[in-house]
Design a protein around this ligand. Sequence first.
Ligand SMILES: C[S@@+](CC[C@H](N)C(=O)[O-])C[C@H]1O[C@@H](n2cnc3c(N)ncnc32)[C@H](O)[C@@H]1O
Length: 253
Amino acid sequence: MNTDWKATFTATFGAPASAVSAEIWAEVYGDDYPAELDTYSFVTRTDLHRIATEARLEPGGRLADIGCGRGGPGLWVAARTYATLTGVDIAETALASARRRAEAMDVEAAEFHVGSFADTGLDDASFDAVMSVDALLFAPDKQRACAEFARILAPGGRLLVTTWDFDGQPENRPPQVPDHRPLLESAGFEVLSYEETPDWRARQQRTAELSLERVADLAAESGADPAQLRASIELVLRNQELMTRRVLVIARV
Ligand SMILES: C[S@@+](CC[C@H](N)C(=O)[O-])C[C@H]1O[C@@H](n2cnc3c(N)ncnc32)[C@H](O)[C@@H]1O
């Protein structure tokens, strides 16, 4: 199967955020789940605090969030650090939602553009920090994505990424890598920290198991075919077995 990720995410973000998924994440992650941000990822408050601290942004600093989805993580970090935010995603429907969120969160210095990991459309050396939350998995060419991160960062700028290393090729996903450090280093980064995020495997496993238990509710909410939805959750479970770690990468260019 060759998924058109732009079409898939455009459809996902064209619908309201799933209340059932939010209940599942809240049950699994407890207070660490940033419910108010409508995230579409496994990001935690712990991750967000770490990203905001390690971005080392001054007030008015320039932050980019690539694969920003509905914008919550980037807006949270921008609000906390008084940075300006540029969000990029392949799905315009996600960006429409991110623009509404920026208004609701009162983050005035935020803009959102369609672009990709391969071609963000952003200027050379124009950011002090670049973040990306649980999205690099979908980049078809991870080396190219690392080169694009390096291109848009100003000298000394910082990269903060959460993503997964894989031992093998997951089904129906773009090519993955066993370790992102060699790619980052060959793109010119110094990797400052490559840390596994707390309890990631058990939490993701529990999230998928609860999704299977509540597949009827999820299907009713989205109008999806329950059998197809079950198959896609089972695929997530199989692919999770190939993940060796969920990492939070901190690097400097
Ligand atoms: C799991 S979601 C994470 C969204 C957001 N970062 C969050 O934490 O809520 C993955 C995101 O990556 C985006 N994406 C997928 N392929 C992409 C690509 N090639 N370039 C940029 N973004 C992409 C999707 O549209 C989606 O918003």
